[in-house]
Design a protein around this ligand. Structure first.
Ligand SMILES: NC(=O)C1=CN([C@@H]2O[C@H](COP(=O)(O)OP(=O)(O)OC[C@H]3O[C@@H](n4cnc5c(N)ncnc54)[C@H](OP(=O)(O)O)[C@@H]3O)[C@@H](O)[C@H]2O)[C@H](O)CC1
Ligand SMILES: [K+]
Length: 505
């Protein structure tokens, strides 16, 4: 299976069942899961008193295995149950029976003197909000100074959404099995996981995954590389629609992003009143006047000559005029990346937009713009489903921006990005992203892959600059990230491309 595949709780159960049908004993899977948890504890922490807190299901079963193996390794182990003994059944009961040490019920003294807590309370089987005595136990764990190692997922986090159901454990580290689940990548779940280890427990076989974690290995083979014999007209053309004289910076940031990522030509389409402002700033980016939707449509005829992709939205203003200009682009043969005001200009009448979008066009809303255009209230943890449904509804690629940006395609495929540092939440950063995506699309990448690559690049540029970042820095960081990405794999610096590097923040 692709190591970047992300499986839902239902898909995890199906993968587990397929392994069982293929002859692997379910108890063997649990034994390996618990063994891997014990191994991570031994690798990451020195020998110390450990409390293993076990819940009523198979997550608790994994905990009993880890407790047995740590006790065999002569760790001082204390097992604490947050369920009645009678609720344990199947493999979990078997593992509880195999544990020979004392098992106590959770109380105020349960964590006294421990230096590590293993959270094996709930995993993928959490079905309802945490409350009552269980909540009291989780609160005591979070209040205790010992680090927490969570089994599969921090208890209280919903697997498919990464939302907190009532209350959740804050882990220092989380060991998950076979593949990541959405909660390991979506906030707030991701922040509650700490460092995530994905370990093998003996599940084999192919799985038709629909969700992936963003990484160059998903799209690197199709990433455009300039060729010796090529010329600028073969590297695509990006046009950027500008706002008025007091709002020109956003379009310039997008244009610079497109040029830096390799588009052969970039042209600013500016209202006449704003053209002198652009003229005093632009050098390698060309400048043309375009005041009306008809004039925009006229420029779109360039699409016949080159692979033209047009960006509209950054500081173009929420107006009927922006709407008409957007429709002029969508009714031409130019590709489109629609951001910010171009999206909000269709709030209240989204069908006028959805009717003309083509499957390869890209929308890049942040959550506010998304809610306005798709008339949905964004809830904690609803992001992945919302982006996938929106992509289907709009019939094009949707990039729902945030610390855990989702890239969704109408056929249900989705990519979750995990390399963006918080420094990227700054004015103008999203404009550069629209430019990166358009620049890659103009060079021949499909909309979905261009969006994934653009989002990853944006994150990698953010990591390169780090604290103090302003949007103007992002296009300037593109060359160093490109140099890194286009190196042969064995020469790449892991800091930028490894999963772990991305996961640590
Ligand atoms: N995926 C794999 O290949 C393997 C996974 N393993 C581990 O198994 C768990 C999933 O186990 P499961 O038994 O399905 O679920 P949980 O252990 O997470 O919990 C289910 C029990 O919890 C009760 N529950 C649910 N929500 C609450 C709540 N809010 N408050 C109290 N109790 C709750 C639930 O009760 P129901 O009434 O809803 O039935 C269950 O009793 C996975 O995460 C891995 O750790 C295998 O060990 C290895 C293979
Ligand atoms: K857990």
């Amino acid at each position: 299976m692709n190591p970047l595949a992300v499986l839902s709780a239902k898909e995890m159960r199906a993968a587990e069942q397929a392994a069982i049908n293929g002859g692997v004993a379910s108890a063997a899977l649990m034994e390996t899961a618990g063994k891997q948890v014990a191994e991570v504890a031994k690798q990451e922490w020195s020998k110390r008193p450990v409390a293993v807190i076990c819940g009523p299901g198979n997550n608790g079963g994994d905990g009993f295995v880890a407790a047995r193996l740590l006790a065999e390794a002569e760790w001082p182990v204390k097992v604490v149950r947050v369920c009645d003994r009678e609720t344990l059944k199947g493999d979990a009961k078997l593992m509880a029976d195999l544990y020979e040490g004392e098992v106590s019920e959770f109380d105020a003294n349960a964590l006294a003197g421990v230096g590590l807590i293993i959270d094996a309370i709930f995993g993928t089987g959490l079905t309802r909000p945490i409350e009552g005595d269980v909540k009291t136990a989780l609160e005591a764990i979070n209040a205790h100074p010992a680090p927490v190692l969570s089994v599969d997922i921090p208890s209280g986090v919903s697997t498919d959404e990464g939302a907190v159901l009532g209350f959740a454990i804050q882990a220092a580290r989380t060991v998950t099995f076979h593949a990541k689940q959405p909660a390991h990548l979506l906030f707030p779940g991701r922040a509650l996981c700490g460092v995530v280890d994905v370990v093998d427990i003996g599940i084999t076989g192919e799985f038709d995954a629909k969700i992936f974690e963003n990484h160059p290995s998903l799209w690197g083979a199709r990433f455009p590389r300039p060729s010796w014999m090529g010329h600028k007209y073969e590297r695509g053309h990006v046009m950027c629609v500008s706002g008025g004289p007091m709002s020109t910076g956003a379009a310039r940031l997008a244009a610079e992003g497109a040029l830096r990522i390799g588009a052969g030509l970039v042209t600013m389409l500016s209202p006449s009143a704003a053209a002198p402002v652009h003229a005093s700033h632009l050098t390698s980016i060309m400048l043309r006047e375009a005041n009306t939707a008809d004039e925009i449509a006229g420029h779109m005829q360039d699409a016949e000559k080159s692979n033209l992709v047009t960006i509209i939205g950054p500081a173009t203003g929420v107006s009927e005029q922006t709407r008409d200009k957007t429709l002029a682009i969508l009714n031409s043969s130019a590709g489109a990346v629609l951001d910010a005001d171009a999206l909000t200009s269709f709030a209240g009448q989204p069908d006028a937009l959805f009717d003309v979008l083509r499957p390869d066009d890209v929308l890049t809303p942040h959550t506010g713009e998304f809610s306005r255009l798709f008339s949905v209230e964004m809830k904690d943890g609803g992001k992945l489903d919302a982006a996938r449904a929106a992509s289907k509804k709009a019939g094009c690629i949707v990039v729902l921006k945030g610390p855990d940006t989702i890239i969704a395609a109408p056929d249900g495929l989705a990519i979750i990005n995990s390399n963006a540092p918080p420094d990227l939440a700054t004015a103008g950063s999203g404009d550069v992203l629209a430019g990166l995506i358009a620049g890659l699309k103009a060079q021949g990448m499909g909309g979905f892959e261009a969006a994934a690559a653009g989002v990853w690049f944006h994150g990698a540029c953010g990591q390169t600059i780090g604290p103090g970042l302003i949007a103007e820095d992002l296009p300037k960081a593109v060359p160093s990230v490109l140099r890194q990405l286009l190196k042969p794999l064995q020469e790449q610096d892991d800091g930028l491309t490894s999963q772990q590097g991305a996961q640590q923040q």
